[in-house]
Write a protein that binds this ligand. Structure first.
Ligand code: GDD
Ligand code: MG
Length: 394
């Protein structure tokens, strides 16, 4: 792989946010092939990517997606990754989860891929969270709550128990298996460039094809990301005193991080999870509060934003869904202790103009989850020890 080094970077306390990087070659050959890297392009050999992917879990959150699409996503993930499918699909009247499980089993008969399939409402995993001392993720019924972020948190613990070093997320509703393959390579390429053990890689799609006036149009930015990125950048500019636009991946559903970082940060619920990564990094490692983790502050937290070349084509889920996503993102920016009053006022204006909230309403608070590091790993593991999916745990 051949990736350009970041052209710009913004520091915010201990956070180092790298500007967008382009990939020049998906495959740049073996370590001693011709064309070594210059100063502005880093060449990462296949062996190096393989080593990282060997220590990586790729999580596919699923809720009622077409099975053909899930198979395509599996196809795109390199063999050396552990795949964790966290499904919140219905179990009745039709048991969609069972259908997904059998399709995956069938696929694995052909590939021997290492795939763990779990249901978000698995009572044993819920019990592990309860006994491990993390009741926040559980509903009144004692099961893991609904939502994409909630499924992701569950998967983070499974990856941790499997002894993985990196965890990446790829949505199940992706129409291009080749794009999935590229996302994983972007994750491993990013980690190969990272200097800190606390790092994150976020994918910025180069285009999202749409049909406009009967023609294919390759849109660059999604309607939600434009807004999320604008407010995150305004927040950064407020503190640095320089207007800038370094953040391009406020809503990156396709992202990965080291497990060391994943265990330390707090999360927010549902679709606000990705914008909140930025907010929580600013809150925790931005140097604005008394540092909770001085050792992380010393090493810094690195955020890479890497542009994919494949177009991103996923399921269309409607207008209302876009408003929900905008509201989810702006809520967590609005309610952060690091957001200044002036920006809060702008957020209220934006939400009222879009009629997402009423003329006298203020954004309601989001639901947050504390860092997973508070979980007692031994207790968590003890609950799961007899489950078949626990065989890969160290
Ligand atoms: N396990 C689980 N539990 N998965 C879920 C749930 C849930 O409750 N809800 C949704 N999913 C799965 C979907 O099946 C899909 O694979 C993935 O999570 C993303 O959900 P979508 O409904 O397709 O979201 P989106 O396409 O609008 O938004 C995506 O892209 C955004 C960036 O543009 C998401 O990844 C967002 O988080 C992201 O910000
Ligand atoms: Mg989608």
């Amino acid at each position: 792989m051949r990736i350009e080094i970041p052209r710009e970077a913004e520091r915010f306390g201990s956070n180092l946010i790298h500007g967008i990087q382009k990939v020049y070659e998906m495959d740049s050959g073996l370590p001693d092939d011709n064309g070594t890297a210059g100063k502005i392009v880093k060449r990462i050999s296949y062996d190096e990517l393989y080593e990282i992917e060997n220590q990586m879990a790729i999580v596919i959150p699923v809720k009622g997606e077409k099975i053909k699409l899930i198979e395509g996503v599996l196809f795109g993930i390199p063999h050396q990754c552990l795949v964790i499918i966290v499904s919140n699909s219905s179990r009745s009247p039709v048991d969609r989860f069972q259908m997904e499980k059998s399709a995956v089993e069938n696929y694995c008969n052909f590939t021997h891929k290492n795939v763990m399939v779990v249901h978000q409402k698995d009572p044993v995993i819920a019990k592990a969270f309860a006994e491990g001392g993390y009741p926040e993720l559980l509903s009144r019924k004692g099961l893991i709550k609904n939502g994409k972020a909630e499924g992701m948190l569950m998967a983070k613990m499974l990856a941790k128990l499997a002894g993985k070093k990196y965890i990446g997320f790829i949505d199940a509703d992706n129409y291009f298996p080749g794009a999935v393959h590229e996302y994983v390579r972007i994750y491993s390429g990013g980690f190969a460039m990272a200097k800190s053990p606390y790092s994150m890689v976020r994918v910025s799609w180069s285009s999202k094809p749409k049909i406009v006036d009967n023609e294919l149009f390759f849109a660059k930015w999604g309607r939600t990301s434009v807004i999320t990125n604008r407010y995150l950048n305004e927040l950064m500019s407020h503190y640095t005193g320089f207007e800038q636009e370094v953040i391009k991946t406020g809503n990156a559903g396709e992202h990965a991080m080291t497990l060391d970082l994943a265990m330390l940060i707090d999360y927010s619920a549902g679709y606000s999870v990705e914008p909140y990564h930025y907010m929580n990094l600013l809150e925790k490692f931005g140097g604005l509060n008394e540092p909770e983790y001085p050792e992380v502050m010393k090493k810094s937290v690195e955020i890479f934003q890497i542009e994919s070349r494949n177009p991103h084509l996923h399921e269309q889920k409607g207008e209302e869904h876009v408003d929900d996503m905008i509201y989810a993102a702006l809520k967590v920016i609005y309610h952060s202790q690091v957001t200044p009053e002036s920006l809060k006022k702008k957020i209220i204006r934006e939400l009222r103009q879009k009629k997402i909230i009423g003329p006298s309403q203020k954004p309601e608070n989001a639901i947050y989850y504390p860092a997973l590091s508070k979980i007692d790993l031994n207790k968590f593991k003890a609950v799961l020890k007899d489950k078949d999916y626990a065989s890969g745990f160290k």
